[in-house]
Write a protein that binds this ligand. Structure first.
Ligand SMILES: Cc1cc2nc3c(=O)[nH]c(=O)nc-3n(C[C@H](O)[C@H](O)[C@H](O)COP(=O)(O)O)c2cc1C
Length: 155
């Protein structure tokens, strides 16, 4: 029989960030979120990827079902963002993300990938597709790993 105690799931949500308008404070605030999330996710064996475009955030959280539940329970009540909406929450066969917490903000260097994904109008309508968020996050991860010289390691 399948062992249900170790079910692997992913949860994809999007939200509107309540971060400062000026770039410096904003990056400091994102840095603070990153520090907290990395520590907690490492402890809970969560892997995740956070996309930031304008004031929208979209995050994929992977891990054991109860760990993802607990993590999302905390994220959901965090006042640094609002209108948190689940896009997809389902069982997965394997993890796709390698770090406990990575974040990627749209910038001139990764603009082409964001443009191709075209998430912004979906965020604005309130109907982003899970696959669009997931594909962009994977493309950003691949790009970041190849910049570090880590190609063809994960297939
Ligand atoms: C956009 C966003 C993403 C976050 N991602 C995570 C995450 O992946 N893991 C996590 O533990 N906390 C994450 N946090 C932080 C949590 O909301 C929370 O502040 C943190 O887990 C500490 O919770 P505690 O003060 O209840 O211990 C995120 C917060 C925001 C605003």
């Amino acid at each position: 029989m399948k062992n249900k105690r170790t079910t692997l799931v992913h949860l994809i949500y999007f939200s509107r960030l309540n971060l400062a308008a000026d770039a410096l404070t904003r990056s400091r605030e994102l840095g603070e979120i990153t520090r907290q999330a990395q520590k907690k996710n490492e402890f809970s064996v969560i892997t995740s990827f956070l996309i930031v475009e304008q004031n929208f955030a979209a995050q994929i959280i992977e891990g054991e079902r109860m760990s993802v539940n607990d993590t999302f329970g905390r994220i959901n009540v965090d006042t640094r963002h609002r209108d948190v909406q689940i896009v997809e929450w389902r069982e997965i066969v394997k993890r796709e993300f390698v770090n406990s917490f990575s974040t990627c903000v749209r910038n001139p260097a990764n603009d082409a990938l964001f443009q191709k994904a075209n998430l912004l109008p979906m965020f604005q309508r309130g109907t982003p597709r899970a696959i669009s968020i997931q594909s962009l996050a994977l493309a950003l991860q691949t790009e970041s790993m190849s910049k570090q010289g880590i190609d063809h390691l994960f297939v």
